[in-house]
Each structure stands twice: as structure tokens, then as C-alpha cells.
Design a protein around this ligand. Structure first.
Ligand code: ADP
Ligand code: MG
Length: 705
């Protein structure tokens, strides 16, 4: 009997497709048998048929059904990578890019970086003319569009995890729609775990203009096809707490211990929010005396390769694996063997308010859609259980049905937190201005009317205007909001947010590029310090050895010098509470930045000990983040100059309790208050020098300085 595959092509058409292809083409190794057992395998013919005949194919399928790892391989097997063409598959998260790429290389029996490769920012594991399947973050693909706006080298672009609605994904979809009008042969696959397929489909229903189309191939249908892959998830029993919990971290730890105590074998997956609470939970569980038999592993982006491998390796006999994760394990990565899920009900999310101009990465409640995804992780291999650390009443009555697309809750400028949503939890300072960077990308692509751009979900005009204002003050856009100046083009060339890029370019003028790229590299890793719970005092003392009166940025230079001086020793790092892996990454990023500057024709130069020019270069990029200490504030309250927002110096800063009158910060984190991270003391006159437009002297009100 032929299998029925429901294909909704918006005209109610249903296609009947015959049985899956025989497996004769495949060998019989265990990996291949595993491949054939995945739910998506039954749809192989259907998928290939739809991609062949439709410009856009939307594939919805449960997490773990094989979308990410299998579809690119099917496409390659069907010839989509012949003639030097490349199949691309994007992911919102870097860790997912690396992980799926290495899995696919393994399944294909090839070396990673050759036929199957990946690209994330600062790391390119592909080979020109060799790589056929390329995994990359959606941010990297956006950047590639600057050099190759029509993405000529790709035959198919699979935009994966579209339900996440990350900023870059949304932007990419908007741009791909434009590319498709110009290049009808390009195939797009939008895939996700849950998706509003209809609205995506409407968005992608392109009406092509009749431009000279290549005649070799028949043009695919303009109507997007929708295919839904049935998963084979097992039943998951949901348990709620009776009373709301006050401390979800402790509650999660207790729940894990009680599962371990009472429930039959099976691994546990715990959803917390970020690196800090994950590390704390790992520590509590590892310290606990009852933990015999528990193998506790953290999972967040920025994890080392070896730690990533541990997550995927089979649980040793007699042990129970406990993976404590950010929402990266919600849909991006599938872990085998999970039978129990503990759901805190929270994740880190970006929120932006354009009026005080504050963007935060905050721990916020998840949506019902996320909660269901999380629960589903327990039913992959057998019936499972999900323990929700919130009440049933809360779930039913209060939890929002869907999340809000990131586009509508992000700043377009001076976003304040290390946050690429793609890495909620493990976040990266440099990407906090992602949106401004994205906007620049649009500019660099020659898309000038940003306000009128066709988005899946429009950002607020206030956020747009705010972004344009800062970009203008940075000298990146001109009065007509056009990218015209040489600085503008250079900034667009550097794969960092515009404020950092501007800081680097200004360092050339101030003669301190050598030092500034070190600072930029340190700011682009999460943290170079290792914070040890309970050892705060020793840690603070050690930190004093490096502390500079000017602030954190100069302190980082001291750490870097010490590290180089030690011969890049891991022992030295250990003694000084410094994260060795982070420092190695700093060296690597710094090297790449110096190559980039050489390409831009900038000669590296050190200012030696002149921290004044160094700080001026920092201000050239970060003037919008200037704050002044409130005169009679007993608790070190600052106000931002531009919007009078209350902010405080973060306890991790070397300027904590020092409280210089004028400071510029790198990013804000918000918990109970808004805290400035990475702070430097400045002279206010430098601000006007750096950004006369931004700090115009307002008339009836006296100038703030
Ligand atoms: P989907 O994209 O539909 O969520 P994937 O293609 O990511 O599904 O996963 C398909 C299967 O491949 C899953 O069973 C998963 O466990 C397995 N898999 C994916 N990545 C890895 C990996 N790095 N190591 C081991 N198994 C993996
Ligand atoms: Mg996937």
C-alpha cells in the first residue's frame, strides 16, 4: 500500500507518494541502520520530490526525527552538491553547528572540514571546492551575503530551527525571499520542530517578476510546499509541583536526587537558564554525598570540545547521566537515552525597551510551546516523565502560548547584554549588538529602506530610529542613513558589532591597535576569570594583582601580558583563577583580528603605557554607554547620560566600590538592578570629542558636563 504523505500546497493538493526507496544503495554498518530508523527516512523521496519542484519547502518534524542530520545528506545523495555547488544548513547556535557537522561527517565516513564542513564566527572548517555540505550559523550566512548577495555557490539553503525565530533567522528569511526572486533556481528549506507553517508559507509565496531566467532548468513552483514528518515520540507523563517554588535551582537539584532515588534507570535532562546557574547546579549535585552513580554534565555554548563529546557518549554502565542544559537541548540537540526531564520553566531571553534604551538578557518564563518541547525530550527512547517546577494552574492559566519573535524584543543598538540569543545562557559579549550589526548588513547589501523591509515580524520603529541615531553618531551612516563613508564600509567588513569595530578602527588613529585588539578579543569570550563558589575572597585578592585603576579593559591587558609572559601556561592560569581555555581562545581571536586589520591596511601599533589614548579609542566606539555617578548616592548609583537610566557597577568589575565619577561600560546585565560589566573610568570631555552629535549641548537644560 503506498504511503500517504500529506502535502499541503495551499490548494488543498494531497500527494500520494510510494514507499521509501529500498536500502540497496546503502551499506549495512550500524550507523547506516541508525539512519534508516529515523522518522525522516520514510519521507526521503517526498522531501527530494518537493525540493525539486518547489522553490521553498517547509518541513515540520519533531526534534530528533533526523531533519538536521539527514536532509542535507539526502540532498547530496540526490546530486544537489554536484558541479561545485554547496548545500547549506543554518543553525541559530554555534554549538549545534559544530555538533551536527561532526555527526554528519561521522555518518558519511569523511573527515570533518572536507566534504562536510562548518563555519562559525572565528572558525572556518570548510575547504573550497571540496566541501559539499556546510553547516553554519545564520549570522555567518548573513555575513556571506555581503560578498555574495545572491549566494551563488549554494544550491539549497536549509534554514533550520526556524521556530526559534531568532533575530538572524528572521533576517535571513527576509533576505532569502528577495534572493529567490532574483535566483529562482535557489531552493530553500525551512525546517523546524514546531512552526506556524501557514504564515511561513504565505510569507514565502513569492510572485516572481519576469526577469531573464536561466532556461536550462524548469522553474520550480512558487508555492511553498509543507511537509510534516510524523515523529514516534513515546508518552511522557507530566508532573507538576503542588506549590510554586521559590528557588528553581535548589528545586531542580532536589528533583534530580529524588528521581535518582526513586525512579528506574534512565538519564535525566535538566533545563536551567545559563552558565551560572548550570555550574551552580553541577556543583551542588557533585558535592552531594548521595550522588553515587550520578554523572553530572553541563551543557551550554562555549563548552569545550571534550565536554561536548561527553554529552553524546553513552552513559557508562551502572551510572545515570544528568545533563544540565540551557534551552539548547530544547530542540537544537538531541540527546539519546533521556527518560526524565526537569523543567525549571525559565530561559534567558532578550528584552528591549527603546525608551530608556535598555536591552537585557533576563531570566524569563518560557512559553507553553517550549514547555511541550522540553517534555518531549523525555520520550525519545521509551515512555518518560517530565517534572515541571511550576504548578499546573500556572501552566494552564498563565504561561503564554507562544514566545515573541526575538526581532520584536531586541535593541537595534546599544543592546546591553552579551547576547546572541542563539546561545542563551552561554552568551557572548561581542554579539550583544547583533541587531545593529544586522542592520548594517542590510545597509551593506544596499537595502536602504530598513523601515519598509519585509520582515516576518516587524521590529518597532522606536528601536529602528534608536539604531540609526547611534550608527550615525559612530560615523557609519550618513545623514540619509546611507552607508557611504569609508569608516562605514570598514565597520561592515569586521565581523563584530559596530561599536567594537569602531573602537578597533579608531585605535589606528590613536596608535593603540595592538592593545585594542587584545581588549576586543577578551571582551569576545565570556569571561576570562574562573569564579569558584566559596573562594570569593582569594579570588578577589588574586584579581587585585592585575587590577588597573583605569578599569577592566586595562586590567585585561595586564592579564594578557602575564599569560604571554608565563609562556601561555595552564599552571599559571590555574594559580591566578584564570580560565585557560578562554585565554587560548583570546589568543586565537586576537590572531584573526590582527590578520583582518592587516587586510584593511592597518599597521599594528602599541601605545605602551599610555592608557589615555587607549580609553579614547574605547570611547570612540562606546560613547553611547557613558554614565555619571549620582552625587549623593550612598550605594554607587550611576545614571546613563543619554537616558538617565539607573545603573550600578557589577561586582565582578575591578572598579566595583571604587566608583569613579565618569565611566563607560561595555555591557549591562540585569538581575535585581542593571549592572555595568567591563567598566572604564573616563574624562567627560572625551565624550564630546568622540561624539559631538550624540552629546549635543541641549539648550534650556544645562549640559550634563
Ligand atoms: P532533528 O534535526 O530532526 O531534531 P537530528 O538530525 O539532529 O534531528 O538528529 C537525528 C538523530 O541523530 C538523533 O537520534 C540524534 O540523537 C542523533 N545525533 C545527532 N547529533 C549527534 C551527535 N553529535 N552524536 C550522536 N548522535 C547524534
Ligand atoms: Mg535539528
Amino acid at each position: 500500500r503506498p504511503r500517504t504523505v500529506l502535502v499541503d500546497d495551499e490548494e488543498g493538493g494531497v500527494l500520494f507518494l510510494s514507499s521509501p526507496p529500498s536500502s540497496s544503495g546503502f551499506g549495512h554498518s550500524s550507523l547506516e541502520r541508525q539512519r534508516q530508523r529515523l522518522p525522516v527516512y520514510k519521507y526521503r523521496t517526498a522531501i527530494l520530490y518537493l525540493v525539486e519542484n518547489h522553490a521553498t519547502t517547509i518541513i515540520v518534524g519533531e526534534t530528533g526525527s533526523g531533519k538536521t542530520t539527514q536532509i542535507p545528506q539526502y540532498l547530496k545523495e540526490a546530486g544537489w552538491a554536484e558541479g561545485g555547488r554547496v548545500i547549506a544548513c543554518t543553525q541559530p547556535r554555534r554549538l549545534a553547528v559544530q555538533s551536527v557537522a561532526s555527526r554528519v561527517a561521522e555518518e558519511m565516513g569523511v573527515k570533518l572540514g572536507e566534504e562536510v564542513g562548518y563555519t562559525i564566527r572565528f572558525e572556518d572548517q570548510t575547504k573550497p571546492n571540496v566541501t559539499k555540505i556546510k553547516f553554519l550559523t545564520d549570522g555567518v550566512l548573513l555575513r556571506e551575503m555581503m560578498d555574495d548577495p545572491l549566494l551563488i555557490k549554494y544550491s539549497v539553503i536549509m534554514v533550520d530551527e526556524a521556530h526559534e525565530r531568532s533575530l538572524s533567522t528572521d533576517m535571513l528569511l527576509g533576505l532569502l525571499k528577495k534572493v529567490q526572486r532574483r535566483r529562482p533556481q535557489l531552493r530553500i528549506i525551512i525546517s523546524s520542530a514546531t512552526i506556524d507553517a501557514k504564515s511561513m508559507s504565505t510569507f514565502f509565496h513569492i510572485r516572481r517578476r519576469n526577469i531573464g531566467q536561466a532556461a536550462e532548468d524548469p522553474t520550480p513552483s512558487e508555492l511553498p510546499a509543507i511537509l510534516s514528518v510524523e515523529g514516534k515520540g513515546y508518552n511522557v507523563e507530566i508532573h507538576y509541583v503542588e506549590e510554586p517554588v521559590s528557588d528553581y535551582l535548589q528545586a531542580a537539584v532536589n528533583t534530580v536526587l529524588s528521581i535518582h532515588d526513586k525512579e528506574p534507570p534512565g538519564d535525566i535532562l535538566v533545563f536551567l537558564t545559563g552558565q551560572d546557574d548550570i555550574n551552580a547546579a553541577v556543583q551542588l549535585l557533585t558535592e552531594d554525598a548521595q550522588n553515587n552513580g550520578l554523572l553530572v554534565l553541563p551543557l551550554f555554548s562555549g563548552l569545550s570540545r571534550a565536554d561536548q563529546d561527553l554529552i553524546f557518549s553513552p552513559t557508562p554502565k551502572g551510572k545515570r547521566k544528568v545533563v544540565i542544559s540551557t534551552n539548547i537541548a530544547e530542540t537544537s540537540l538531541t540527546l539519546e537515552g533521556i527518560v526524565y526531564v526537569v523543567d525549571s520553566g525559565f530561559s534567558k531571553q532578550r528584552f528591549y525597551n527603546p525608551i530608556p534604551d535598555i536591552e537585557n538578557l533576563v531570566v524569563a518564563p518560557i512559553s507553553k510551546a517550549s514547555a511541550r518541547q522540553r517534555a518531549g525530550r523525555a520520550g525519545r527512547v521509551q515512555p518518560g516523565k517530565c517534572f515541571r517546577l511550576y504548578t499546573e494552574e500556572y501552566f494552564v492559566k498563565e504561561m503564554p502560548a507562544e514566545g515573541i519573535p526575538e526581532m520584536q524584543r531586541s535593541s537595534l543598538v546599544s543592546c546591553v547584554i552579551q547576547g546572541n540569543k542563539g546561545e542563551s545562557g552561554g552568551l557572548n559579549d561581542l554579539r550583544r549588538n547583533q541587531n545593529t550589526q544586522n542592520e548594517l548588513k542590510l545597509k551593506a547589501l544596499g537595502i536602504d529602506n530598513i523601515l519598509g523591509f519585509d520582515w516576518l515580524a516587524s521590529p518597532s520603529p522606536e528601536a529602528m530610529i534608536r539604531a540609526l541615531e547611534v550608527l550615525y553618531s559612530l560615523g557609519i551612516l550618513d545623514e540619509d542613513a546611507k552607508l557611504t563613508s569609508p569608516t562605514g564600509f570598514q565597520v561592515a567588513e569586521i565581523p563584530l558589532d559596530p561599536m567594537i569595530s569602531k573602537m578597533i578602527l579608531s585605535a589606528d588613529t590613536y596608535g593603540c591597535s595592538e592593545d585594542i585588539i587584545t581588549i576586543a578579543a577578551v571582551l569576545s569570550v565570556q569571561s576570562i576569570w574562573i569564579s569558584v563558589r566559596g573562594a570569593q575572597k582569594e579570588f578577589d585578592e588574586v584579581k587585585l594583582r592585575f587590577a588597573a585603576a583605569e578599569g577592566d579593559h586595562v586590567t585585561y591587558l595586564n592579564v594578557y601580558k602575564g599569560f604571554i609572559h608565563s609562556g601561555k601556561s595552564s599552571q599559571w592560569c590555574y594559580k591566578n583563577y584564570i580560565n585557560y581555555h578562554a585565554m587560548k581562545k583570546v589568543i586565537d581571536i586576537r590572531e584573526q583580528l590582527s590578520r583582518l586589520l592587516r587586510r584593511l591596511g592597518i599597521v599594528l601599533k602599541s601605545c605602551e603605557r599610555d592608557t589615555q589614548v587607549l580609553r579614547k579609542a574605547i570611547i570612540a566606539g562606546f560613547f553611547a554607554h557613558a554614565c555619571c555617578l549620582e552625587e549623593f548616592s550612598p550605594n554607587g548609583m550611576y545614571k546613563t547620560i543619554k537616558s538617565s537610566q539607573e545603573v550600578y557597577i557589577h561586582p565582578s568589575s575591578v572598579l566595583f566600590r571604587v566608583n569613579p565619577k565618569w565611566v563607560v561600560y561595555h555591557s549591562l546585565v540585569s538581575t535585581d538592578k542593571h549592572y555595568m560589566r567591563n567598566v572604564i573610568a573616563i574624562d567627560p570631555s572625551w565624550l564630546i570629542e568622540a561624539a559631538p552629535h550624540f552629546y549635543q549641548v541641549r539648550k534650556p537644560n544645562p549640559a550634563p558636563y
